[in-house]
Design a protein around this ligand. Structure first.
Ligand SMILES: NC(=O)C1=CN([C@@H]2O[C@H](COP(=O)(O)OP(=O)(O)OC[C@H]3O[C@@H](n4cnc5c(N)ncnc54)[C@H](O)[C@@H]3O)[C@@H](O)[C@H]2O)C=CC1
Ligand SMILES: O=C(O)CCC(=O)C(=O)O
Length: 450
C-alpha cells in the first residue's frame, strides 16, 4: 500500500517542507502521488528522472499587484497570480478564479490538477491556473470592468495562444472574459485565441458554456451503464448554482434524472419532486444574468425549501454531484452519503472531496468520479475553441456536442483501463491519475533534464 511506502512518505515530507502553509496544494499532490508511487514502483526511469517531483514544482508563478478604482473613487489593491505548472504536452491552459478565498496554494493545487486533467483529454494542453483574491460579488459592471482591465494589463505579458491560454473559473464568466479579452486586444493590437470561453460573436465555441456540466453527466452515464444502471429516475443532489452546477442539472434533467438540490454560499434549496426544466431556466436567469441568490427560488416557487447555511449531502438521493468548490465533502459528509445509500459521487468541482472522504467512498465501493476526469469536458471544449481560432473557423454546435460526448467516453475508458482492481471495482481516481501522469511523464522523459 503506497501510503505506507517509505519512498512516498519521504516524498510527501519534502513537499510539505517546500510548501509551508499550502494545505490545498499539499493535499492535491498527496492524492495524485499515492497512486503514482504504486504504479511506478517497477518503473525506474520515472524515479531516476524525478518526474513526479518536477511536476509538483510549478514551471513558474507570476504574482502581481492589481490596482483599480471603485465607484466611490477609492483606490483598491488586490493580488493577482498566474501559476504555469507544466507545458510538456502543450501551452499552459486553465482557468482564472476571482474569489476572496484565492491564495497561491489554491491556484497551485488547481494548476497541478489541471496538468493531469488536460493530459486526460488527449488534446495538446499543459496545465496552468490563475486568478485574484478580488470578490466580484456586489460589484457594479463598471467596477468589474476596471478590475479586469487592470488584471490584464499585467497578465498579457505572460500569455499567448502558443504560450498560455487562460479561461474562466469561479467568478469569471462570459462578462469577465469579454473585459479581459478586450483589454488584451487593446494592449497588443492582436486578435488571437489567447483566452477561451469567449462569446460566440468573437471567436468563442458553441458548447463551451455547457461543456463542464454536460460532460460530468456524460461521465456519470458511462459509470452507471457499466453497472447496468441509468440516470433516468435517479435522485441527484447538486451543490453550487454556477456554470458547472446549472449545466450539470440541465443535462441530468434532460436524461430523466431528478435534481433535488442546488446551493450557494448562503444555503441550499431542496426540491423534493425534482427541479423542472422550466424552473431551471428561471434559476439560470436568476443566477447567471441577474446574479441573484438561490434563496429567491424558494420565494418564487411552492414546494421549494430553503435551508440557510445548509448543505445538500444529508438529502435523500442516489447520486451526489459536488459542483461548487474545493473541500465541500469531508469524511463526515462522505459517511452520510454512504449511510444514505448514495451509489455515485461525481465531482463537477475541482477537489470538492477531501482525501479522507475519498477513502470513505472507496472503502464503501461507491462509484467515485474525480474532478480531473469528470469535469474535463470544459477544458476539452476549450481545446477545441483553440483549434477553431487557429484555423479561423467556427464549427456547428451539433459537431461539438458529438465531440464532447466522444471525449468524455474516451476519458471514462482511460480511467477504467488504468483503474480496474482485481475484484472488478473501478478505482476511477487511480485510473485518472495514472493515465494523466503517463503522457506528461513520457513527454518529460523525451526532453531530458530540465
Ligand atoms: N467553469 C468551468 O468550465 C469549470 C469549473 N470547474 C470547477 O467547478 C467549480 C465551480 O465553478 P463554476 O461553476 O465555473 O463557478 P461559478 O462562479 O459559476 O459558480 C460557483 C458556484 O459555487 C458556489 N461557491 C463558490 N465558493 C463557495 C464557497 N466557498 N461556499 C459555498 N459555495 C461556493 C457559488 O455560490 C456558485 O454557486 C469550481 O471548483 C471550478 O474550479 C471545473 C472545470 C471547469
Ligand atoms: O477551459 C479552461 O481552460 C479552464 C477549465 C478549468 O479551469 C478547469 O478545468 O478547471
Amino acid at each position: 500500500m503506497s501510503a505506507e511506502c517509505p519512498d512516498f512518505q519521504t516524498f510527501m515530507e519534502g513537499v510539505k517542507k517546500r510548501n509551508p502553509g499550502q494545505d490545498e496544494f499539499v493535499q492535491a499532490v498527496h492524492e495524485v502521488s499515492r497512486d503514482i508511487f504504486d504504479w511506478i514502483q517497477d518503473k525506474r526511469e520515472y524515479h531516476e528522472a524525478e518526474i513526479l517531483r518536477r511536476i509538483a514544482e510549478p514551471d513558474r508563478i507570476v504574482s502581481f499587484r492589481v490596482c483599480w478604482e471603485d465607484d466611490d473613487h477609492n483606490i483598491r489593491v488586490e493580488r493577482g497570480w498566474r501559476v504555469q505548472n507544466n507545458n510538456a504536452i502543450g501551452p499552459y491552459k486553465g482557468g482564472l478564479r476571482f474569489h476572496p478565498s484565492v491564495t497561491e496554494s489554491v491556484l497551485k493545487f488547481l494548476a497541478f490538477e489541471q496538468t493531469f486533467k488536460n493530459s486526460l483529454t488527449g488534446l495538446p494542453m499543459g496545465g496552468g491556473k490563475g486568478g485574484a483574491n478580488f470578490n466580484p460579488k456586489g460589484k457594479s459592471d463598471a467596477e468589474v470592468m476596471r478590475f479586469c482591465q487592470s488584471f490584464m494589463t499585467e497578465l498579457y505579458r505572460h500569455i499567448g495562444p502558443d504560450v498560455d491560454v487562460p479561461a474562466g473559473d469561479i467568478g469569471v464568466g462570459s462578462r469577465e472574459i469579454g473585459y479581459l479579452f478586450g483589454q488584451y486586444k487593446r494592449i497588443t493590437n492582436r486578435w488571437e485565441g489567447v483566452l477561451t470561453g469567449k462569446a460566440n460573436e468573437y471567436g468563442g465555441s458553441p458548447m463551451r458554456v455547457e461543456a463542464t456540466g454536460y460532460g460530468a453527466v456524460h461521465f456519470l452515464d458511462h459509470m452507471l451503464k457499466r453497472r447496468d444502471e441509468e440516470i433516468e429516475g435517479k435522485r441527484i443532489v447538486i451543490s453550487g448554482s454556477g456554470n458547472v452546477a446549472l449545466h450539470a442539472a440541465e443535462k441530468a434533467i434532460a436524461l430523466g434524472g431528478k435534481v433535488v438540490s442546488l446551493s450557494d454560499s448562503d444555503g441550499v434549496i431542496h426540491v423534493k419532486d425534482g427541479i423542472g426544466a422550466e424552473q431551471l431556466e428561471w434559476i439560470k436567469q436568476l443566477k447567471i444574468e441577474e446574479r441573484g441568490r438561490i434563496s429567491e427560488v424558494a420565494d418564487k416557487y411552492d414546494g421549494v425549501e430553503f435551508h440557510e447555511d445548509g448543505e445538500p449531502w444529508g438529502i435523500d438521493a442516489d447520486i451526489a454531484m459536488p459542483c461548487a468548490t474545493q473541500n465541500e465533502i469531508g469524511p463526515d459528509e462522505a459517511k452520510t452519503l454512504v449511510d444514505n445509500g448514495v451509489m455515485a459521487v461525481v465531482e463537477g468541482a475541482n477537489m470538492p472531496t477531501t482525501n479522507d472522504a475519498v477513502e470513505v467512498l472507496r472503502d464503501a465501493k461507491l462509484l467515485f468520479a474525480p474532478g480531473k476526469a469528470a469535469n474535463a469536458g470544459g477544458v476539452a471544449v476549450s481545446g477545441l475553441e483553440m483549434s477553431q481560432n487557429a484555423e479561423r473557423v467556427s464549427w456547428q454546435r451539433e459537431k461539438l456536442e458529438d465531440m464532447l460526448a466522444d471525449l468524455m467516453e474516451d476519458i471514462h475508458g482511460k480511467c477504467v483501463e488504468h483503474g480496474e482492481c482485481s475484484d472488478g471495482y473501478i478505482d476511477y481516481a487511480k485510473g485518472a491519475n495514472i493515465a494523466g501522469f503517463r503522457k506528461v511523464a513520457d513527454a518529460m522523459l523525451a526532453f531530458g533534464v530540465m
